[in-house]
Design a binder for this molecule. Sequence first.
Ligand SMILES: Nc1ncnc2c1ncn2[C@@H]1O[C@H](COP(=O)(O)OP(=O)(O)O)[C@@H](O)[C@H]1O
Ligand SMILES: [Mg+2]
Length: 235
Amino acid sequence: MSVPILEVLDLHAAYGRIEVLRGVDLTVPKGAVMALLGPNGAGKSTLVKVVSGQKRATGGDIHLGGVHVTDADSAELARVGLCTVPEGRSVFPNLTVQENLVLMSYAGVPADAVLDTAFSYFPRLAERRHQLAGTMSGGEQQMLAMSRALASDPALLLLDELSMGLAPLIVDELYDTVAQIAESGVSILCIEQFARTALRVSDYAAVMIGGRIVATGEPAEILETMDDVILGGVA
Ligand SMILES: Nc1ncnc2c1ncn2[C@@H]1O[C@H](COP(=O)(O)OP(=O)(O)O)[C@@H](O)[C@H]1O
Ligand SMILES: [Mg+2]
């Protein structure tokens, strides 16, 4: 087997004295889409924060493409190919669509290439390139957030609750694009409340409860054995 794109070993993290990640072990194979499911408060977003360098681990190790990156800062993580779409919409509301995208071209990728990638995945963004991001629908803002993450040609994309506050039809559309992005060779870890939608485009799934991964497997297997946990809220 090739080196996994992401390997998390016995990872711990806390807010003050409250430990929220309590020994997370998770492996995302290169080229795979993995869904990370689990109830509210399980620690999924905290895991995203620690992996993406926004929060320090209190113990454990993280490897990205074989490189040890525990405690690496965002710039170092970007260099090894990590890109994150955090929970909530990470766009600048008072800038236009185009300005939001061009801002991402600092990393050496030319602005034209950033725009081309965005518009090929999301033609709707091309129509709206001069619109202020904050005046677009939630789904369109999420398309823009994903496009910003794609700008630096990531090896691993972390997506935290793309579906937040969006209508099921739009969520389906976003996940169709997630599948297309994966086909281009990007590995993806997607955290999602809409378990069925995420599992539809995933090769593997993991379930987190109480700060630990309690199950990992293929989507059908996870749906069958963990249905009470992962379909508890929304399907
Ligand atoms: N900034 C914070 N300060 C204190 N506690 C937090 C903070 N963010 C999250 N938590 C707590 O950590 C736990 C895990 O939260 P989170 O990682 O957001 O879970 P999930 O994304 O799975 O819903 C929850 O109990 C939550 O209340
Ligand atoms: Mg969360």
